[in-house]
Design a protein around this ligand. Sequence first.
Ligand code: GN1
Ligand code: MG
Length: 338
Amino acid sequence: MEEIFKLYGWNVINRIPIHQGLINSTYSINTTQGDFIFQSINHHVFKTPSAIDNNINAISNFVKKQDPHYLFTHLVPTNEGKTLIEWEGGYFRAFQKIDGYALSVLENENQVEEAAKQFSKFTQVLKGFEVDLLQDTLPQFHDLNLRYHQFTAAIENGDAQRIESTQEEISFLKEHKKLVDIYDHFIKNKEAKKRVTHHDTKISNVLFNKVDGVEAAICVIDLDTVMAGHFISDVGDMCRTCLCAVSEEEKDLNKVKVDSKKWDALKKGYLHNMESELSHFELDHFFYSGQFMIYMQALRFLTDHLNRDIYYGAKYDGQNLVRTQNQIRLLEEYNKLA
Ligand code: GN1
Ligand code: MG
């Protein structure tokens, strides 16, 4: 890494690993020139890091012109002006560090409303951006048909013992396949518009800070999956990660509960910026968004468990099964809101 830091001309004082995301490796770098976020991109997941680099720079340029005060994680160029570095088969980049903190669960409705406002503001600020300029950094990322297909393939070809011991979870997910049919119906409708979509609005991807002594969400981070997409992805992942007092890692399923006041706050915060943008047809799918994302995440976690954790990895045996069970319970609790 020291060699790469030289390309930025940094005098590094210290570097601290940040263990937030499941995919990339992230460090906070303290230098005599300022503080930066430095990341190595997981190119086994993101096969074309240049697509991410193009997208973030395109959006960054748009924002600088249209809305210069909008707080954005602009990429930092090296002394040669590069924002993506290829080094010994790896890919690296740096961002301006923004003062703030990320949370993995939210404690109160104010935080939920604040977070939802930031994610909806992101799409709203980029309303005039030509969405077709965005490249697909992960093709079919939130295609629920593909995720269902990957799940059925894992039931066919995955680890035999794990398949045997997860029959209950497999049945649950099969029984809820109608959520895939609703998705099909949704995306085929002309009123379901493609917009600049974050695609990873899990709650740890918004920064909070105190503004005039009051806690506020100040900016969204982790823009690798920003692509053209549907609002159900962004609203859905917020539902998945904002409404419950425990995270997807929680083993005690009795703690997995959905707070209806937080749901009201999420809706209020998101619609604050996006209500006038969404069609009636889209608004009719607001609740479905949460079902869509929680269900997809359960499918993805179980698929990975059956495939012996090749995608998400596992810090302990059965971690992706725990996550699956957690998301299944979350879906059951979420459905009670209806
Ligand atoms: C991954 O790496 P991270 O934590 O930002 C995943 C998301 C999942 C999430 C589940 C590229 O996000 O889709 O919702 O884990 N990102 C990718 O925690 O697969
Ligand atoms: Mg991410």
